[in-house]
Design a binder for this molecule. Sequence first.
Ligand code: PLP
Length: 209
Amino acid sequence: MASVTAAEGAAAALRSVMSRAQQAAARAGRAPGSVRVVAVSKTKPVSVIRGVYDAGHRCFCENYVQELLDKAPQLPEDIEWHFIGNLQSNKAKALLAGVPNLDMVESVDDEKIANRLDRVVADLGRKPLKVLVQVNTSGEESKFGVDPSGCVKLAKHVTLNCPNLVFSGLMTIGMLDYSSTPENFKIEMGSTNVRVGSTIFGAREYPKN
Ligand SMILES: *Cc1c(COP(=O)(O)O)cnc(C)c1O
């Protein structure tokens, strides 16, 4: 068997994921291109991310500020970076200043972080930043996110009080148990922003401490 580099393997997997997302959108009667696939590149080296970029993908995300600050300058500026991790207020400025092509923060879960992001965007004179309000729909304590009962209030806060943010929708993290209802993982339920990590990049290896 011919050897395939990690970058080539990831590029091939990306093509397959993109076509599956298109097919799911079509089955649900939705327009092609109505589902954005966000490639979750955390822990993966820049060379492999570059392979997926070269295959035509532009939207990637990371969950740690420092990792994104390290990687973004080594990769093309037309990447649309999304931040998906739990963002601490005191890291917001470093993140936005260090990643000019940060396109979206998907994990806004309280007013404090919304206010901080709004302020930092203004201070940096940056264009408005897209945000998603992250909702903890599964009720699992291990997951971040605003409680569903507080989600409308937070979305209103962003829309009305944060002129430098663009409220762009909701993000939820489903439960791994597919038998649970509602089936919050199905693209056909109407998702427009789907995060895919290991299916594109292969399993993640975490260093042992
Ligand atoms: C890592 C991560 C993913 C991707 O998970 P995979 O199972 O590798 O697709 C999605 N969302 C969040 C918040 C993550 O941290």
